[in-house]
Design a protein around this ligand. Structure first.
Ligand SMILES: *Cc1c(COP(=O)(O)O)cnc(C)c1O
Length: 394
């Protein structure tokens, strides 16, 4: 294959050429069922019949100007995101790490506004926030950080789902200005923050005037069956980075803020050339509109239930299955051994999935997956997992 693309990914030995719904085809004509959605990106699957004409029209109308001018499509998408989240301002960028960088800048400036010269942010074990220098420093995975030291300072790392540890850290460290976490950890192995922990974090942030910053880059945009995963806990964050599924395949990122964080950035504090361009905005507007029109939140919840029930039944009684976790169409099955080989075996069998945190089979299908496609996914995946678990542990 190409020798001129940098060697940054362990790629499977085939190239995908086109897709339709939850099906994609490689250049040899082999079909695959998409259980990954480009890592939670292709919310509406591939070549969605309502999205394609809207984006074609937008490409032929206006793709990019600059943020020198008024931006009506930014206004439109921001208004929608605020209506869905109950928050009140949005900054647009192009990716998850950019949304998280903006969140971290907000936290620091919030601290400086309170007279804290060296603000610190609570972050978590197994967290993943991106691969820029600041976001890899916030990430809780030594493999992501190795070789890129010195890390950015100003982070305090804690175990997830431990409110006592947060209380102790906040009580002893007056420099803490924010708590930054994924509502459901994605790359770390599909690890949900418990509902009562989310509620407890909200209370701590209110009592101590801290920013609750929920990275919903992977778990947001309907994937769990609500627009945003924290809505299951009935709380609101102060800062919410979004990206992946928001554009259904177009690169886009957004930071949505509540009253405590909405006025922190003033002209000159932050910016981006591509962020908020009309093409990405149109993708976001149409994705949210189509999701609502087609009832995809309830559908994601129902299809997620169907997958989890099928996994539970199909893996019942097998030794080697530690836990089936997740919410809606964000599902992880943790095994008792590294299982990266299942990615290749699934692809050979015509199914795209991922394996994360070494031993967690991760499913993130498009939200448009049908019941028949769920059953097909299970009929491919379950025998592979059973065979894998029946073989002697490596
Ligand atoms: C993917 C991801 C990111 C990084 O997003 P990029 O668009 O790859 O920069 C950040 N946070 C979470 C939770 C993610 O899943």
């Amino acid at each position: 294959m190409s020798t001129h693309v940098m060697n940054t990914y362990g790629r499977l030995p085939f190239a995908l050429s086109h897709g339709r719904g939850c099906r994609v085809w490689d250049t040899e004509g082999k079909a695959y069922l998409d259980g990954l959605a480009g890592i939670a990106v292709n919310t509406l699957g591939h070549a969605h019949p309502k999205l394609v004409p809207a984006l074609q029209e937008q490409v032929a109308t206006l793709m990019h100007v600059s943020n020198y001018y008024q931006a009506p499509l930014q206004e439109q998408l921001a208004e929608r995101l605020c209506a869905l989240s109950g928050l009140d301002k949005v900054f647009f960028c192009n990716s998850g790490l950019e949304a998280n960088e903006a969140a971290l800048k907000l936290a620091r400036k919030f601290g400086h506004g309170k007279g804290i010269a060296r603000p610190e942010v609570i972050v978590y074990d197994k967290a993943f926030h991106g691969r820029s220098i600041a976001t890899l420093s916030a990430t809780g995975n030594p493999k992501v950080q190795a070789g890129f030291e010195p890390l950015v300072e100003g982070f305090v790392r804690l175990p997830i789902n431990d409110l006592e540890a947060v209380r102790a850290a906040v009580a002893s460290n007056p420099n803490i200005v924010a708590i930054f976490l994924e509502t459901i950890q994605g790359e770390g192995g599909i690890n949900p923050t418990r509902i009562e922990v989310l509620q407890g974090l909200r209370r701590i942030c209110d009592e101590h005037d801290l920013l609750l910053m929920l990275d919903e880059v992977q778990c947001g945009i309907g994937r769990t069956g609500k627009w945003f995963a924290h809505q299951w806990a009935g709380i609101q964050p102060d800062v919410m980075p979004l990206a992946k599924g928001l554009g259904s395949g177009l690169p886009i990122g957004a930071v949505v803020t509540g009253p405590r964080a909405s006025e922190i950035f003033q002209p000159g504090n932050h910016g981006t050339t591509f962020g908020g361009n009309p093409l990405a905005m149109r993708a976001g507007i149409e994705t949210l509109r189509i999701m609502e029109e087609d009832g995809l939140l309830a559908h994601a919840a129902a299809m997620g239930e169907r997958i989890r029930a099928g996994l539970a039944a199909g893996l019942d009684g097998l030794t080697g299955v530690r836990e089936i976790r997740g919410h809606g169409l964000m599902i992880g099955v943790e095994l008792d051994r590294p299982c990266g080989v299942l990615l290749t075996r699934a692809a050979d069998a015509g199914l795209l999935i991922s394996v994360t945190a070494d031993s967690v089979v991760r499913l993130l299908p498009p939200l448009v997956i049908s019941a028949a496609e769920v059953d097909e996914l299970l009929s491919i995946l379950l025998p592979l997992m059973r065979d894998f678990l029946a073989a002697p542990a490596a």
